[in-house]
Design a protein. Sequence first.
Length: 243
Amino acid sequence: HKEAQAEGRGVFAEGEGKIARLFPQVKSHYLSIVLFDEVEKAHPKLWNALLGLMEDGHLTLGNNKTVDFTRSIIVITSNVGASEMSETLRHKTIGFEVETDHATLNKDIKAKAIDAAKEVFPYEFLNRFDDIICFRVLTRDDLKRILDLMLQDMYKRLLGAQVPIILHYSTPFLSKLLKEGTDPQFGARPMRRAVEHLLIAPLARLIASNQVKAGDVISVKLKDGEAEFVKEGRDAKTAGLVK
C-alpha cells in the first residue's frame, strides 16, 4: 500500500517526479491498493491523467512510458460536499440522544455529496468510478463499539505501564462518555478527548499519587458530572476524586 497525496496545484502540474516514485511500488507488488487522498485539491491535469488509468488500467507519462495498474485497486477520496453534509447534520442527533431515521439521513447525505461532486469534477471523471461511497451516519451501536475499543486500548496502556488494575464502569458514566464524545457534525471524533479528559487524566493522577496501585479493583462512577473512582473491597474505600 503506497499513498499518493494530491495536494496544492497537483503533482502533474509541477512535474511527474513525485508521483513517479509510486510506480516502482505498483510494479513490485502483484496486487496493490493505490490511494489518491483529497483529490479535489489536485490540479485538473491529474484528474485528466486518472481518466485513462481508470478506463483501461494504464497511465502514460510525459516520457511516453506506460505504467500498468491493471492489478491495482484505485481508491480516491474527497471532502467535497462536507459543508452541505454538515448543514444537514447540524440539527440532527446521534448517540444516546433521540434517534433519527438513519436510512433517510444517509440517503440525504449521499445525495448532497454527489451533487457537490458534480459541481467540482467533470462528468467524465465521475463516470469512471465503479462505485461512489459516502460514509453513513454512526448509529448508537457504532458509538458503543468505538468507545469499547478505546477503553480496551486504555487498558492495554495500563498493562504496558505495569499498573494492572481492573476497572468497572457504571452505566451513567459510560452514558456520559458517549454524550461528551459524540457530535452530530463530527461523529465520534471527540470521543478520544472525552475519554482522555473524563477518565485517563484523573486516573493517571490517582496512580501517580499512589492512591491507586497495581492489583486494585476500581469502580468508575459518575458524580456531579465527573468521574469518581471507588476501590472495591471490604471497606469500599474511595480512592479519590481528582478534578
